[in-house]
Design a protein around this ligand. Structure first.
Ligand code: GTP
Ligand code: MG
Ligand code: ZN
Length: 301
């Protein structure tokens, strides 16, 4: 009988799999031809058969998406954590993360952490309002939490049900503190302990990513790993497609990238001047565009 499951950890050639719609965990090996088709990665949905006493991965179900850093597939949503104080929000990083989500078919959710600082810090309040206005208007869901005070954690936890979610954000925003709270408040979470963990010369060799099962078919990725990354797999000419705020602007040329042309012909530039598009969002777009173009121009050098 075929079993469908999700890979939650890989340790050398042992795959730790959470069987779909259950709290059962098995370890399996993979057939040579399956391994050959491309690396199997954490997040993959696989079909497993029992052969004698062992489980064997027969095939990998087509992926919805795959990320390279860290290597993980089938991410449904990215919880982009920003903190409104120590460290202050990095809006370039935020925009890059949102772009990556749109490019990879991942739902972005902004998680504003450290809201306990709002009443004592004026800048924190301003940043909070900015995020609410600008990103809320893009249709992005925003949750407000304080890992320190345990505020909003339950709201966030509800958004994770029946999804595979990754946390991202720069160092110090509170990713570990939040995931710790989430795990603590998830009584159904599965403990995988040392299952599958192979040791080499007595040392744990696992450096790979792990998915935590917080409840049936609900997973969170343990590694942040997405800190100050470079955008990959994104064509500078396509960057504009990942900006819903530019969708209603009317440019004279259909292929306008909103950087080179003047406001006479570029509707986006006009809308920035008319305050229909946030100036900060636009300026960061130009910056990210120029970095992607630089990378493109350098590619054969
Ligand atoms: N005031 C306040 N501080 C918090 C809150 N959440 C986390 N912190 C503090 O922020 C610091 C960083 O938190 P971490 O959870 O380690 O942040 P991280 O995002 O995992 O950081 P990296 O692992 O370096 O990427 C710690 O000193 C936490 O105590 C919060 O809600 N309010
Ligand atoms: Mg951390
Ligand atoms: Zn334009």
């Amino acid at each position: 009988m075929d079993i469908v499951g999700k890979i939650i950890r890989i340790d050398l050639d042992i795959y730790v799999i959470n069987i779909e719609n259950s709290s059962k965990i098995i370890t399996a090996k993979a057939r040579g031809n399956v391994k050959k088709q491309g690396n199997i990665c954490v997040g993959d949905k696989v079909i497993v058969k029992k052969v004698d006493l062992d489980y064997m991965i027969e095939s990998v179900i087509e992926r919805k998406n795959v990320l390279i850093r860290p290597p993980v597939s089938n991410i449904d949503q990215m919880i982009i954590v920003v903190s409104i104080g120590a460290p202050v929000p990095d809006f370039i990083l935020l925009d890059k993360q949102i772009t990556l989500c749109f490019a990879k078919n991942i739902i972005p959710i902004i998680c504003v952490n450290k809201i306990d600082l709002v009443d004592i810090d004026k800048k924190a309040k301003e940043d909070l309002e900015y995020i609410k206005n600008i990103y809320g208007n893009l249709g992005i869901e925003i949750v407000y939490v304080s890992a320190k005070e345990g505020i909003g954690i339950e709201n966030l936890r509800e958004l994770l049900i029946k999804k595979t979610s990754a946390f991202s954000g720069n160092s110090g925003v509170g990713k570990s503190s939040i995931t710790k709270e989430i795990l603590q408040k998830s009584p159904e979470r599965l403990e995988i302990g040392n299952i599958g963990l192979k040791t080499k010369r007595g040392k744990h060799t696992t450096k790979s990513v792990n998915l935590y099962t917080i409840s049936e078919n609900s997973y969170i990725l343990d590694t942040p790993g997405f800190s100050s990354y470079e955008l990959y797999d994104i064509d500078h000419k396509k960057l504009r497609e990942y900006y819903p705020d530019f969708k209603n602007s009317k440019c004279t040329y259909a292929d306008c990238v909103h950087v080179i042309e003047s406001e006479e012909v570029c509707g986006v530039k006009r809308d920035v001047l008319n305050n229909k598009i946030d100036k900060g969002r636009y300026e960061r777009y130009v910056y990210i565009y120029s970095k992607l173009k630089e990378k493109y121009d350098r590619r054969y050098k």
